[in-house]
Ligand binder design. Structure first.
Ligand SMILES: Cc1cc2nc3c(=O)[nH]c(=O)nc-3n(C[C@H](O)[C@H](O)[C@H](O)COP(=O)(O)OP(=O)(O)OC[C@H]3O[C@@H](n4cnc5c(N)ncnc54)[C@H](O)[C@@H]3O)c2cc1C
Length: 380
């Protein structure tokens, strides 16, 4: 992946936007346990950041995937995990299926407002008894004339409190396992859709996370994304976008964390010298930076495959697995080398430590990535 002047100009424009529109509010949003998505997303939409790869006929930029990498790396530098995750849900987790498989009518009515930032979107897959094992979902949609009638619950839904519509994975037939699921666009204003709980979390506190319930919710059958019964396959395809953007975000976050730690250790003295002059400290950070470089380059390889429209299931799983594990170590060492001040809530390291933990759990836990890989790799 070649980073051209165009990429660098784009990187600069995202960084300027973040510094002006996001960074000054992060502490307040973290404190309040939510950020105002309906204020921020239209600004992101006007800047063109919510539909980089999407068709211009729906307001997208028609760019290739390399720009998504740059966007992810820059958003990952934001001083919290919650806001970047919420934006990534909008761009790369809840809308790729609609763009790829949705009807023209659905795209005009739901994708275009999401790209403009006028509609806030969630991806609703997980249930209380179905997280890692997506095939265990029980929320169902039963056909009644030309409508679906939906009943069930979804758990841990990012943006769920503020969402205008959901990309909902449901069972649409009695077939078990991977068959008989569909993705349906469900406007949250539909009678019977309720936010049953706003959930309290360890980290990513500025992003709202909801439990949602569905009781006799009626939506037109035309709201089905793609083919009835193809929902699982389509969601697995959508998960590849989710896992890659997560890896890009994490590279941005780790890069900034190491930069800030090095800056701190250059001016923090102990035993008569800056802490960074201790070989142990310098080598440890150098080693983490080297691993980060490997991940960054690996991500670029993934992006090239995306640009060539190749299957990236293996690569996206590897990128997310490695990113989640490396991020946990980076967050831990950054806190360690800050000492007591690193443990204080006023220091960025405390929030980064909390927020970093999610990547190995959400969007498919590390062990689920290993499950996918072990079934495809040389051990299959
Ligand atoms: C903050 C947050 C935001 C989220 N946002 C969304 C969202 O927007 N939309 C959505 O649909 N979901 C969302 N999720 C859900 C997330 O994707 C799930 O939590 C995740 O997939 C794990 O599912 P689970 O919590 O049910 O864990 P379980 O399935 O109960 O698994 C528990 C643990 O068991 C281990 N494990 C699981 N399977 C295996 C295996 N085969 N082999 C070995 N070990 C295994 C893993 O360590 C795993 O962490 C979010 C979660 C969080 C915490």
């Amino acid at each position: 992946m070649q980073l051209t002047d165009e990429h660098e100009a784009f990187r600069k424009s995202v960084r300027t936007f973040v510094e002006r529109e996001i960074e000054p509010h992060v502490d307040q949003w973290e404190h309040e346990g939510a950020f105002p998505a309906h204020e921020l997303f239209p600004k992101l939409g006007r800047a063109g950041f919510l539909g980089l790869e999407y068709d211009p006929s729906y307001g997208g930029q028609g760019a290739d995937h390399s720009f998504t990498v740059v966007l992810g790396e820059e958003l990952g530098r934001i001083g919290c995990g919650g806001v970047p995750m919420a934006i990534a849900v909008q761009t790369d987790m809840a809308t790729p299926s609609l763009h790829k498989f949705g009807s023209e009518d659905l795209k005009q009515r739901y994708l275009a407002p999401a790209i403009a930032g006028e509609a806030v979107v969630s991806i609703a897959v997980t249930e209380a008894d179905a997280g890692s094992d997506v095939a265990a979902i029980r929320t169902k949609a039963v056909a009644d004339g030309d409508e679906w009638v939906i009943d069930g619950t979804k758990l841990y839904i990012t943006n769920g409190v503020q969402a205008d519509w959901l990309c909902l994975l449901v069972r649409t037939s009695g077939e078990g396992g991977y068959s008989g699921m569909s993705q349906i666009v469900v406007p949250t204003s539909t009678p019977g859709v309720e936010v049953s709980r706003k959930l309290d979390k360890l980290g990513n506190r500025s992003s709202d996370t909801a439990e949602l319930s569905f009781s006799a919710v009626r939506v037109p059958m035309g709201n089905t994304i793609g083919k009835v019964g193809e929902g699982f396959r389509q969601q697995m395809d959508q998960f590849q976008h989710e896992r890659l953007i997560a890896a890009y975000l994490s590279v941005g976050g780790m890069t900034r964390a190491l930069e800030r730690t090095v800056a701190y250790l250059k001016q923090r003295y102990a035993f008569g010298a800056p802490l960074l002059e201790n070989q142990y400290v310098a080598y440890r950070l150098t080693e983490l930076d080297a691993e980060l470089d490997l991940l960054r380059e690996y991500n670029y390889g993934c992006a090239e495959r995306m640009i060539r429209h190749e299957d990236v299931t293996r690569q996206a799983s590897i990128a997310k697995l490695i990113a989640g594990r490396l991020q946990r170590r980076v967050a831990d060492w950054c806190m360690q080398f800050h000492g007591g001040i690193g443990y204080m809530e006023a220091t960025w390291t405390a929030r980064y430590f909390r927020d970093s933990r999610l990547l190995s759990i959400g969007g498919g836990a590390d062990e689920v990535m290993l499950r996918i890989l072990s079934r495809m790799g040389p051990f299959a």
